[in-house]
Ligand binder design. Structure first.
Ligand code: GDP
Length: 474
């Protein structure tokens, strides 16, 4: 009622923006404070005496030491991101153990000579901006610099622009690798020209973006590219961290390994991580039992910007989860448990908001919904059509609506569940089952997915729910 008086025609299943909530709260005599998940977590940690922002602020200049830049490789599909990451790994000049088999742990470090000094660079080994963006959406900033790969024979493509937009939005400086210059028809000058339109102006044109011609296939231009990365790092980034404290960082990849249990690759952002440290990453906790680098070698300690694979966590953290070392095992466990409780509550709240066929009648009676939204999937198109036709013939009061948002042939998929989540719909599967991922997602999101093998049964359920949903008359 209050919302209506405010001119906001919202029903109970719709979302409201923050400012509307604040106004609504004020009208009802409450002060509304909108808390982001990051804020909530910050408060949670403060409850344990851990204020990570304050900790960084309080750090003494003299405690800070230079750390290697962390680099992400992005660009359009097939422009050579994977090949480039492989080529860079192979030019590791100082590694000593050249020829050693490197393993994919989600990131690796290479050493290069720059101005006569050996320096390290850390590469995130998952090409593309999707992982970067997913982590950023969760508040984690992993990369300092992005290498934008553009194939010289192809030029700027849609994902080139998308990737560069994502990087610019995150304020991450870009080095452009103009790749495939070995190919006939390669036109590196055109790439430079095209990118000026997006604010990336090459140094030779008076801009401040470094462009390097490379051939990932032939391993050409890689040392120059690494040089450009370090020059970019030195030009405007203050890449320093205090290595002499408990480690803090981000989980960038994790999996359940048969035999080793949960293994997570973490990127240290400050402090030093040691074997034996008590650690919490997201809702996973434990003691670092062992650490390995990308060569599979055991590591005793890891300093800022170093990626290491950690064993000893209770469960698998998610990419983008922050991690930190605590003085005591108990603290790590308690933080993880509190986070888990927070997550559980959030999921319950989400699931409660969703509608099922059973509670539809009640929601309707309470004036909370006006239409029953359906997504229909079936094994053959004839069946889907027949079901749809029969459904649309149900005679109902015109105060309610039956909307079929989507129909199709095939299994119930994740994208069906996504649609149902957005539009608060019920999913009907006719002679089809959901795939595993769809089932998991439906469960997580609290989506009502129903399966039928006779049209009549489906019809009956929906009809009775629709009939019961005559809205009270005002
Ligand atoms: P991604 O999708 O960006 O990771 O691209 P890939 O690294 O998988 O490369 C796509 C294709 O381009 C593969 O067939 C590579 O062998 C080829 N490729 C990558 N770099 C070069 C290069 O420098 N020169 C040539 N000629 N081909 C390349």
């Amino acid at each position: 009622t209050v919302l209506f008086q405010l001119g906001e025609m919202a029903t109970a299943t719709e979302s409201l923006d923050e400012s509307t909530f604040e106004i609504l709260g004020g009208e009802l005599g409450y002060k509304v404070q909108v808390v982001s998940p990051e804020d909530e977590d910050k408060e949670l940690l403060e409850g344990f005496g851990l204020d990570l922002e304050q900790e960084l602020e309080d750090e003494d200049e003299s405690d800070l030491e230079i750390r290697p830049p962390v680099v992400t490789v992005v660009g359009h599909v097939d422009h050579g991101k994977t090949k480039l990451l492989d080529a860079i790994r192979q030019t590791n000049v100082v590694a000593g153990e050249a020829g050693g088999i490197t393993q994919h742990i989600g990131a690796y470090q290479v050493w290069t000579e720059h101005d006569g000094i050996e320096r390290a660079i850390t590469f995130i080994d998952t090409p593309g901006h999707e992982a970067f963006t997913a982590m950023r959406a969760r508040g984690a900033q992993v990369s300092d610099i992005a290498i934008l790969v553009v194939a010289a024979d192809d030029g700027i493509m849609p994902q080139t622009v998308e990737a560069l937009n994502h990087m610019q939005a995150a304020n991450v400086p870009i080095v452009v690798a103009v790749n495939k210059v070995d190919k006939e028809g390669a036109n590196p000058a055109r790439v430079r020209q095209q990118l000026t339109e997006f604010g990336l102006v090459a140094e030779e044109f008076g801009g401040d973006t470094m462009f390097v011609d490379v051939s990932a296939l032939q391993g050409k231009g890689i040392p120059e590219l690494l040089d450009a990365v370090l020059l970019t790092a030195d030009a405007g980034l203050d890449l320093r961290a205090n290595p002499n404290k408990d480690a803090r960082g981000i989980a960038i990849e994790a999996k359940l390994d048969r035999g080793r249990g949960a293994v997570a690759t973490v990127l240290i952002q400050s402090g030093t991580l040691h074997v034996g440290d008590a650690i919490v990453a997201g809702t996973a906790y434990g003691r670092v039992r062992a650490m390995h680098d990308e060569n599979g070698d055991a590591v005793e300690e890891a300093q800022p910007s170093r990626p290491v694979q950690v064993q000893g966590l209770s469960t698998v953290p998610r990419a983008g989860d922050t991690f930190l070392v605590t003085e005591e095992d108990r603290t790590a466990r308690q933080i993880a448990e509190k986070r888990e409780a927070v997550e559980r509550n959030a999921q319950l709240a989400k699931a409660r908001k969703r509608i099922s066929l059973e509670d539809f009648t009640r929601a309707l009676e309470e004036g909370k919904v006006e239409s029953l939204n359906l997504i229909i999937k079936g094994d053959v198109s004839g069946a889907v059509e027949a079901l749809e036709e029969a459904l649309l013939k149900i005679e109902i009061d015109d105060s309610v609506q039956l909307r079929i948002l989507h129909r199709g042939v095939g299994a119930v998929t994740e994208s069906d569940i996504d649609l149902a989540t957005i539009d608060n719909a019920i999913v009907i599967g006719f002679n089809v089952r959901p795939d595993v991922k769809a089932r998991e997602r439906a469960q997580r999101e609290g989506i009502d997915v129903r399966f039928y093998s006779v049209i009549y049964a489906a019809l009956e359920d929906i009809e009775s729910s629709l009939k019961g949903m005559l809205k009270p008359e005002f």
